[in-house]
Design a protein around this ligand. Structure first.
Ligand code: GLY
Length: 356
């Protein structure tokens, strides 16, 4: 396994639990973009216009999340799955019209959704501004950092070995690393934004995201209980509450190569956006500013499947790595075992875009 983010750790844990002998090669397992992430499990409300191709796969993975979390809790620890649901808040009349489109789409895929007025929303979520909102109870969230710790522990418990080194190439029977090589029969590339360096079919580019972590002070309004999303000046903003009182505020999205520094502009945009949705955030303690690199594919659909003899891809998950971890892990284990992969995985065929 090359890569120890949420995808690599999930595949490693599931494959080891299925009886495979697994080694994860990553200089810093459990960190990277997965450590920075917001943790939304929200295939529909998280999709941007034009990103419809991956929706069915995302929905398939969302269905798998409760059992994935339950099994992980037993094997490695509680990943902090929140079932509180998501609110999509419209800040003006134009946004409110868009809510109708979203509500129709959610209903068409059999999802429960309720439209409420701004006043009704404030009764449920004090301090959240909206002229109208959609309650989407089925769009969930997970605490990304608890999840990563639990996956690591579960992997160790199932016998996964870790090589804290960077993979530089793949050759028959081994993975080359900066410090040496790791012998193997099969390789799974789950190296996120860096996967494209390892195979020409993996057209993955880094898509930077800055994200903030805040905490309510004793005298300030507590965070919303649900995930709250809105579009502010054309930019999506989300607030994801954690059980420990932290509030995650995300995220910018732009191309900046492999730059992982946090810009002042990114912080300003996020705070200005959040103030429009939840003005009390101004009083919060700013705990952390971080940036991560999403692994973006041209069509926003991941690459999950066989690349060649003994070589598999599990990467390119764009904005949806945490969401897609269960279905990706199940797909790779099915491929390793020669059983039927989950529905909709064919949309993620790693050869669909041709070679770079
Ligand atoms: N899934 C949240 C983000 O990519 O910002």
């Amino acid at each position: 396994m090359i890569g120890g983010g949420v995808i690599g750790l999930s595949v490693a844990w599931r494959a080891a639990a299925a009886g495979h002998d697994v080694t994860v090669v990553d200089p810093a397992p459990g960190r990277g973009a997965s450590w920075v992430a917001g943790g939304m499990l929200a295939p529909v409300t998280e999709a941007w216009p034009g990103e419809e191709a991956g929706l069915h796969l995302g929905e398939e993975s969302l269905r798998r999340w409760p059992s994935f979390a339950a099994e992980l809790t037993a094997d490695g620890g509680d990943p902090g799955l929140s079932m509180a649901g998501t609110v999509v808040a419209a800040l003006d009349r134009g946004d409110a019209d868009q809510l109708g489109v979203l509500a129709e789409y959610l209903a068409s895929v059999g999802r429960a959704v309720e439209s409420v007025t701004g006043r009704q929303l404030r009764a449920l979520e004090p301090g959240v501004n909206a002229v109208r909102a959609l309650l989407v109870p089925g769009d969930l969230a997970v605490d990304n950092r608890k999840l990563l710790r639990a996956l690591h522990a579960a992997g160790v418990r199932r016998g996964v070995k870790f090589v804290d080194d960077e993979a530089t190439g793949i050759e028959p029977g081994r993975v080359r690393t900066l410090a040496g090589e790791v012998p193997c029969d099969v390789v799974v590339i789950a190296a996120g934004a860096r996967s494209g360096r390892l195979h020409p079919a993996l057209a993955v580019r880094p898509l930077k995201g800055e994200i903030l972590r805040l905490r309510a002070r004793r005298t300030s309004l507590p965070p919303p209980s649900r995930t709250v999303r809105a579009v502010v000046e054309g930019r999506p903003v989300y607030l994801v509450p954690r059980a420990d009182g932290e509030l995650v505020l995300g995220a910018t999205q732009y191309e900046a190569g492999f730059d992982e520094t946090v810009s002042a502009r990114g912080v300003r945009e996020l705070l200005e956006g959040a103030e429009r949705i939840f003005p009390s955030i101004d009083e919060y303690e700013l705990v952390e500013c971080a940036a991560g690199l999403r692994a973006a594919s041209a069509d926003t659909v991941p690459f999950v499947g066989e690349l060649g003899d003994g070589l598999f891809a599990a990467t390119g998950h764009h904005r949806n790595g945490l969401l897609m971890a269960p279905v990706t892990a199940d797909a790779i284990v099915a491929l390793l075992d020669g059983t039927a992969p989950p529905p909709h995985v064919e949309a993620a065929n790693p050869h669909r875009l041709g070679e770079k």
